[in-house]
Design a protein around this ligand. Structure first.
Ligand SMILES: Nc1nc2c(ncn2[C@@H]2O[C@H](COP(=O)(O)OP(=O)(O)OP(=O)(O)O)[C@@H](O)[C@H]2O)c(=O)[nH]1
Ligand SMILES: [Mg+2]
Length: 372
């Protein structure tokens, strides 16, 4: 029972609504403004989240076929798994798209991306002389990193001394829907190239629950339809069915003590006791010590589990136990006011979203996906 099956389980408890809560009047207006400008830009960069190359497709660009005007940028590639990302890039290239992995936080990578944009601009305007202005529009669903890319290109691409010190900044935020206006940033001279950062565009249709959970898990939408706890359970179902946890074997305290346990409950109880003995002072959950404990806890809960994860009820039992063990690892007390498991879920999701619980590609390569 992997993420997809778990998503189906979540859908049972979801309230049925027809209109997506993220599609407000502001997004509707931004969508029309972007649509109007589309025919006049030289290059469209379809920014997607490398962890969900399919699910982060921007519907507005669905009918665009591959051309030298259209680049697919799989951003946040530092958070995505390596070989699967290559396969996705090949897949898009086979479908005649120019596709590249991007890490908006890495200057060298942004330089390469800028070179690609410059090559494409020259290609389009091959017959013109260099005295022209080209525009590149970044388009994508919320939180995929459009503004971070715009800032990074602007920083790397400013050329003349006169422009130094005049850097503009788009607001970058972990919350989706931050950008409210279309803004341009100069990213090159001779020819002049401007990149347009745009507000997020996401279809007003509620997607199927598997896509919905992935959009939520990666931070593209808030907890509007599915709660934090359910999304954390969805993540744990993915982790429990993957090999990622094996990488954390060295963080296990069990091996040192020579404890042999063959039941999940026993294992968790002993692991919990060891933690108590350490008498750690609860602190920021992003600190290395806590992250190590969380990884160790996840390793131990999965490796001690002697049930069948393909069985829904057994997977549920494992996830339930993991919440209790993680409460200890995160130092969440029962008296914290908020429901402790909601607090655990929020911390776990934060660690996942910042790449501290491994690198994942949550979408499977398509065998018969009809649209890109
Ligand atoms: N690890 C990693 N994080 C990134 C990358 N690019 C952006 N981020 C982070 O992702 C979050 C969203 O980035 P933004 O640039 O605000 O995303 P956006 O697409 O402009 O979002 P909206 O304007 O809300 O649609 C921020 O916390 C960024 O720091 C990347 O390549 N790698
Ligand atoms: Mg933005």
């Amino acid at each position: 029972m992997g993420g997809r099956d778990y998503a189906k389980r979540i859908s049972i408890g979801m309230k049925k609504i027809s209109k997506a809560p993220w599609y407000d009047s502001f997004m509707a207006a931004a969508t029309s403004a972007i649509k109007e400008r589309l025919p006049f830009v030289d290059i469209i960069v379809h920014v997607r989240d490398a962890r969900i190359p399919f699910s982060s497709e921007c519907e507005l660009l669905r009918n665009y076929t591959g051309s030298s005007r259209h680049i697919i940028a799989l951003n946040k590639m530092d958070l995505a798994g390596g070989s699967a990302l290559k396969s996705w890039m090949e897949y898009f290239r086979e479908n005649n798209f120019i596709c590249c992995g991007v890490n908006a936080h890495n200057k060298d990578n942004i330089r390469e991306f800028l070179n690609l944009i410059q090559r494409q601009v020259r290609e389009l305007r091959r017959t013109d002389h260099t005295n022209y202005t080209a525009t590149v529009m970044l388009i994508g669903i919320p939180n995929v990193g459009k503004s971070a890319i715009a800032n990074a290109l602007h920083q790397v691409g400013r050329i003349s001394a006169a422009e130094k010190g005049k850097l503009k900044h788009a607001i970058v935020s972990p919350e989706p829907g931050e950008t409210k206006d279309i803004r341009s940033f100069k990213i090159g001279s001779h020819p002049n190239i401007y990149v347009l950062d745009t507000p997020a565009v996401l279809s007003p249709e509620v997607p199927d629950v598997d896509v919905l959970c992935k959009l939520n898990l990666t931070g593209a939408i808030g907890d509007c339809l599915v709660g934090k706890k359910e999304i954390a359970q969805f993540f744990l179902a993915i982790l429990n069915s993957s090999e990622q946890y094996r990488k954390w074997a060295h963080l296990s305290t069990k091996a040192d003590d020579g404890i042999f346990l063959n039941s999940t409950t026993e294992c968790l109880t002993s692991f919990g006791l060891q933690k108590k003995e350490k008498k750690k002072i609860p602190t920021d959950h992003t600190q290395d010590d806590i992250v190590h404990d969380v990884r160790g806890t996840l390793f131990e809960t999965i490796s001690c589990f002697d049930g069948n994860i393909r069985n829904e009820d057994e997977m549920d039992a494992l996830i339930g136990n993991q919440f209790y063990a993680l409460q200890e690892a995160f130092h969440v007390s029962n008296e914290c006011g908020e429901v402790p498991h909601d607090k655990v879920a929020a911390k776990l999701l934060n660690l996942f979203r910042t790449g501290r619980l491994g690198h994942y590609i949550l979408d499977h390569l398509p065998t018969n996906i009809h649209s890109l």
